[in-house]
Design a protein around this ligand. Structure first.
Ligand code: NAD
Length: 483
């Protein structure tokens, strides 16, 4: 079913522009979640390997920071071109190791590549400011300088995009980096490293290490004074640990953490548009997205029509081997995820929820759970409090606007909210009151490299993409000048 040989993908560490085995020589298995089979063995980096990667990034730092922005920009643009050229192969690879459908994987490659195009354009527009001090004695000159060596830690759910959303702005700003991808999905990161090299990224500017010892490895890097930046995407739980680690050396942190998105449908919403939006917001990547709609709040007058239609759509999805072209919903990442989701569904049922579609794991090799729609979900169910990260739509009915705003905001997370209504004044009013970094108003898809992505509350710190993304990798330098 695959058009390429998995054995052609590098499996060693990428340090200083060289592929090399880990110093300890031990290996980690990589699995295909569609079958549960091992597809590759990758190097397991030791702390010494991680320090080698930091040293390589540090050694390359000065040369890269002083490379002309236009030259950096052109290299980034070549990364974009090469990713698009290899789109089909990269999509198959993502689908193989992550388990998302080929269509979703194609979408991810396009999205991931766009960060290189966007930041190739931003690299030459890193403008500063000049003003006269209010007292008139001097000028205030402000410029943005590369912050230095950046440690980038990424999750398995978007193996390409979460890496390029960090690497592209880091390189555009003039920083060098060490990427530590998730061990579940390292092959995409390695395939992309080959692309960076071919595109002309100098040795040591991007280094990639994989390890089963994430905690001690990232901690050692953060405690090295050469490292000045941590950009992390992953769970809120690990984010909290890393913020504490970063405190030792006061490393600048950008954090893209978990979500628990409300999806609010008012009575006056365009039902078909709300269903289309729900399918994207819920089922992109089989629900394994930080932006996934987690809690559906549907107003009473439209609740039955919405629930029945969503159940029909989700219940008729083709589930199977992710990289089979006809499949719309692949497996979950591992058996632990299947068991966790089963527990959430059972808890919701015990608190009165009704199953309109799915509601069970699938008895076949690989890690499958049927696309599921639950109605009458009690707001105090675990499924409403936790990030589901799977193909389950949990629907709760509501009556009035004020009450649904309170319900929607009643979470420690604040990444994204979705609002569907034909009344634009209400849509904007409710959007403004959502305590989240992003809102999809009559839209189920918001991610865009040109827009600032990020969350409020415990969903994160900082923004990725847009002009904001490059500033996360810069220090602001103020020079008081008299002339
Ligand atoms: P995770 O937090 O378990 O792991 C993320 C990364 O951190 C992986 O590379 C992992 O190996 C590493 N890691 C784990 N423990 C660590 C430790 N103690 N020290 C240092 N590194 C450690 O998350 P995951 O399961 O890979 O990804 C799913 C989570 O990511 C979800 O919560 C999802 O919402 C979140 N996510 C957020 C965004 C966003 O932009 N806000 C995007 C994608 C995913």
């Amino acid at each position: 079913m695959l058009s390429f040989d998995v054995a052609s993908i590098p499996t060693d560490l990428f340090i200083g522009g060289q592929w090399r085995a880990g110093r300890g020589g031990d290996k980690l298995d990589v699995f295909d979640p569609s079958t549960g089979q091992v597809i590759a063995q990758i190097a397991n980096a030791s702390l010494d390997d991680a320090m080698d990667a930091v040293a390589a990034a540090h050694a390359a730092g000065k040369g890269w920071a002083t490379t002309a922005p236009r030259k950096r920009s052109e290299i980034l643009r070549r990364c974009f071109d090469l990713m698009i050229e290899r789109r089909d192969m990269l999509a198959e690879l993502i689908s193989l190791e992550n388990g998302k459908s080929l269509v979703d994987a194609q979408g991810e490659v396009g999205y991931a590549a766009e960060f290189f195009r966007w930041f190739s354009e931003e690299a030459v527009r890193l403008n500063g400011e000049i003003s006269t001090a209010p007292g008139g004695a001097n000028k205030i000159l402000v410029e943005h300088q590369p912050i230095g060596v950046a440690v980038l830690v990424t999750p398995w759910n978007f193996p390409a995009a979460m890496a390029t959303r960090k690497i592209a702005p880091a390189l555009a700003a003039g920083c060098t980096c060490v990427l530590k991808p998730a061990t579940e999905t390292p092959l995409t990161a390695f395939a992309l490293a080959e692309i960076y090299r071919e595109a002309g990224v100098p040795d040591g500017v991007v280094n990639v290490i994989t390890t089963s010892r994430s905690g001690p490895t990232v901690s050692a890097m953060l405690n090295d004074p050469r490292v000045r930046k941590l950009s992390f995407t992953g769970s809120t739980e690990v984010g909290r640990v890393l913020l504490r680690e970063a405190a030792n050396t006061v490393v600048s942190c950008s954090m893209e953490l978990g979500g628990n998105a409300p999806f609010i449908v008012f009575d006056d919403a365009d039902l078909d548009a709300a269903i289309e939006g729900a399918m994207v917001a819920k089922m992109r990547n089989g629900g394994e997205a930080c932006t996934a709609a987690n809690r559906f709040y549907v107003q009473r007058g439209i609740a039955k029509a919405f629930s029945d239609k969503l159940a029909e759509r989700m219940g008729s999805m083709t589930v199977g081997i992710a990289y089979d072209k006809s499949v719309q919903c692949g497996p979950l990442i591992n058996v632990k995820a299947v068991n966790r989701i089963s527990g959430l569904v059972e808890d919701a049922k015990a608190r009165g929820a009704t199953v309109l579609a799915g509601g069970k794991s699938l008895d076949r090799s690989g890690y499958f759970y049927a696309p599921t729609v639950l109605a009458d979900v009690s707001p105090d169910s675990e499924i409403a409090a936790e990030e589901i990260f799977g193909p389950i739509a949990a629907i709760t009915t509501f009556d009035d606007e004020e009450a649904v705003i309170d319900l929607a905001n009643g979470t420690e997370y604040g990444l994204i909210s979705y609002v569907y209504t034909r009344d634009l004044a209400r849509g904007l009013r409710v959007s403004e009151r959502m305590d989240s970094g992003m809102v999809g108003l009559n839209r189920g898809l918001v991610s865009d490299p040109a827009a600032p992505f990020g969350g409020t509350k415990q969903s994160g710190l900082g923004r990725e993409g847009a002009h904001h993304g490059i500033l996360e990798f810069c220090e602001t330098k103020y020079i008081a000048v008299s002339w």
